[in-house]
Design a protein around this ligand. Structure first.
Ligand SMILES: C[S@@+](CC[C@H](N)C(=O)[O-])C[C@H]1O[C@@H](n2cnc3c(N)ncnc32)[C@H](O)[C@@H]1O
Length: 196
């Protein structure tokens, strides 16, 4: 049996994809907003496909749930980080995920258009020799395979700041917020481009 953890269940698209991809997989998902924000739609989808026996949902913030799983000595072949997309949240998710990923296992991140995720990717590449980046078929995702134990010394730190995706992120953010004339105009333009 293989074990996977997904942070951020939402409508259940990726959970379903994981459960359907392998009948040999057990999945734990973690999302505190499943009921209130998503009307349990992810859980209902999994139930409708009769996949609930291989699935456990934790109705909890990941920064509470992951330390508990670690304490229980859980370990995973695959961890998909797609929950809190702020730098602090996704970084804490990785901090715990890294310790629960089996050697040979994989950590995947979604939404690589976001600056927070770009910088976390850069942090891992520059600071975590125990993780090696592997190719994925989407520019909006990245994945790292755990290849070793974490053997950093207590003062280990390599600079990882970069400017990659800086403009793209801030333009997207302006358009997402639609608070300024510029933001509203970019949003309109994007809508027109999408329609054509
Ligand atoms: C982009 S959606 C995930 C999409 C999902 N993976 C899919 O493919 O359908 C982000 C999800 O993360 C959840 N989320 C936000 N903050 C979280 C946190 N601190 N812990 C766990 N989940 C969180 C949100 O409720 C939301 O469902």
């Amino acid at each position: 049996m293989k074990y996977a953890l997904e942070i951020g269940l939402a409508y259940g698209a990726s959970s379903m994809a994981l459960l359907e991809a392998s009948s040999n997989l057990k999945l734990i998902s973690c999302d505190p907003f499943q009921k209130d924000d998503y009307n349990d739609s992810g859980l209902k989808k999994i139930q409708a496909a009769n996949l609930q026996e291989r699935h456990t949902h934790l109705n909890s913030f990941s920064d509470r749930a992951l330390p508990k799983l670690l304490e229980e000595k859980a370990s995973f072949d695959l961890i998909f980080i797609d929950g809190d997309h702020k730098f602090s949240g996704a970084f804490v998710d990785f901090h715990y995920a890294a310790q629960m990923t089996k050697v040979g296992g994989i950590v995947v991140f979604h939404d690589l258009w976001m600056r927070a995720l770009i910088l976390i990717r850069s942090y891992i590449k520059k600071n975590r020799k125990d993780f090696v980046e592997i190719k994925v078929g989407s520019s909006n995702m990245c994945a790292f395979q755990r290849v070793d134990k974490d053997s950093r010394d207590g003062m280990a730190f390599n600079e990882f700041y970069n400017r990659q995706g800086y403009l793209k992120y801030h333009i997207n953010r302006l358009s997402w917020e639609r608070k300024t004339v510029l933001g509203k105009s970019i949003f309109k333009l994007k809508t027109i481009i999408k329609k054509t």
